[in-house]
Design a binder for this molecule. Structure first.
Ligand code: UD1
Ligand code: MG
Length: 454
């Protein structure tokens, strides 16, 4: 079967009250429309077609790399009119499935189920809601067969009592589609070409229509405003947290965990509250993450303990490191393993070998640090001369005294010791003590100034 998937995304989304088109608003850090495109692709269709309209150029540009075909609907004359714009794009296919750019939680399995149940005819996903207000209602005959969909604004009081609603998601045989879309009019309460009218037309033509009722209403929820967006974000996070816990991850409070990307976890990982994971993050076995920590595109090795309030981005942390609290590990950092990085330490674009410690109040940038180096409190690599960045190299077993400024480019030899408070701008030789500071003196006979009497 040659399947085409059409995603309708031309609506304005005015209730978002935003300059950003609705379908570009992020859910779990990813645009709504991208969620739907990713879901569609999992069905391996011949093509995915996106109908864009208002603010559409922005939508197209920001999702430019997506393997989809873009079709413009210049004027939003209704869902039927929107689908009609895609007839050329879906010519020659067997079946067209209609999804919506603002219904992001739909799952591929549900869509496969819809296609299986639909057979050769028309299928629609429906759900029964305690409060169906605003939705199109599914009208069935005495034999429980779907006969028609009526929109809220066109419904009689009796029809308004129906609680089974149209999700809008449909699967339609492509050959009949052109004829039905041709026959849809706009003589209704909203003056729009309703896609839902093809249901009545199909039934009239003797084509079977399958209303597939599903239990999970949130999968079919659309987003109209920011409150609904926040609600679906919570739901998405709740599901994600549940999946992780089932895989053996301990989340101390699943309601205070956010995943905006993908997380791969080893065994017995423990994550404390308010941890935010972004992009692609891998955690090894027995990793513990403290409260209020952000991890972005990073690999964390086995047995690593990250204490509270750390920010780690584009970094690789080797096994058995202890990081934090309050550490910032910036892009391009590689800690080999068994390293200690403490509070108010910032490391950028540096390689630190096994067992080295940077425990307090330091900045290490553009550096290569050997094994078992001890970097004292308040050590700064002065890596920037105002125009260019320069390298600091520190050999194995070196000891850098507190409050040292290492003016790059500079080399500290293996086993070298730097006296506290030094400014090092020339090579410090291997195994020797180097220091650069004024000698301590005590002034004989010196007195503190006194306040002048008036
Ligand atoms: C539609 C259905 C309704 C269903 C509801 C589910 C119709 C006539 N009604 O109603 O039965 O219960 O969805 O949420 O289909 N769009 C376009 N171009 C247009 C109009 C709409 O691309 O010209 C897109 C919108 O961006 C949106 C979707 O289609 O993503 C639905 O449009 P909307 O106007 O919200 O339809 P509803 O009135 O909610
Ligand atoms: Mg709507």
């Amino acid at each position: 079967m040659k399947l085409g998937i059409v995603i309708l995304a031309a609506g304005q989304g005015s209730r978002m009250r935003s300059r950003l088109p609705k379908v570009l608003h992020p859910l779990a850090g990813k645009p709504l429309l991208k969620h739907v495109i990713d879901c569609a692709r999992q069905l391996e269709p011949e093509k995915v077609v996106v109908v864009y309209g208002h603010g559409g150029e922005t939508v197209r540009e920001s999702l430019d790399n997506e393997p989809v075909e873009w079709v413009e609907q210049a004027e939003q004359l209704g869902t039927g009119h929107a689908l009609a714009q895609t007839l050329a794009a879906t010519d020659g296919l067997d079946r067209v499935m209609v999804l919506y750019g603002d219904v992001p939680l739909i799952r591929p399995d549900t869509l496969r189920h819809l296609n299986e149940r639909t057979g050769q005819g028309v299928g629609i996903l429906t759900v029964e809601l305690p409060d169906p207000t605003g939705y199109g209602r599914i009208l069935r005959n005495d034999a429980r067969h779907v006969v028609r969909i009526v929109e809220q604004k066109d419904a009689s009081p009796e029809e308004l009592g129906v609680r089974e609603i149209n999700s809008g998601i449909m699967s339609i045989g492509r050959t009949s589609l052109t004829g039905w879309l041709d026959r849809i009019g706009n003589d209704n309460a909203q003056g729009e070409y309703y896609l839902t009218d093809i249901i009545g037309l199909a039934v009239g033509d003797g084509v079977p229509v399958e209303g597939v009722i599903i239990d999970n209403a949130t999968e079919l929820m659309g987003i109209n405003d920011r409150a609904q967006l926040a609600e679906l974000e919570r739901e998405y996070q709740r599901q994600g947290a549940l999946t992780l816990m089932r895989q053996g991850v301990s989340l101390l409070d699943p309601a205070r965990f956010d995943l905006r990307g993908r997380l791969h976890c080893g065994r017995d990982v423990t994550i404390d509250i308010n941890v935010l994971i972004e992009g692609e993050v891998t955690l090894g076995d027995d990793v513990r993450i403290g409260a209020n920590t952000v991890l972005r595109n990073s690999r964390i090795g086995d047995g690593v303990h990250i204490l509270e309030n750390c920010v780690i981005e584009d970094a690789a942390i080797g096994p058995d490191c202890r990081i934090g609290p309050f550490s910032r590990i910036r892009p391009g950092t590689e800690l080999a393993g068994s390293n200690h990085v403490g509070n108010f330490v910032e490391i950028k674009k540096s390689r630190v070998d096994e067992g080295s410690k940077i425990n307090h109040l330091s900045y290490v940038g553009d550096s290569i640090v050997g094994r078992k180096v001890n970097i004292g409190a308040g050590t700064i690599t002065c890596n920037y001369d105002g125009a260019n960045k320069h390298l600091t190299q520190i050999g194995d077993g070196a000891f850098i005294g507190s409050n040292t400024a290492l003016v790059a480019p500079v080399v500290v030899g293996q086993g070298a010791t730097i006296g506290a408070g030094s400014t090092i701008s020339k090579e410090a030789p291997e195994g020797r003590l180097t220091l650069s500071r004024a000698k301590q003196i005590t002034i004989e006979g010196w007195k503190r100034p006194l306040k002048e009497k008036k």
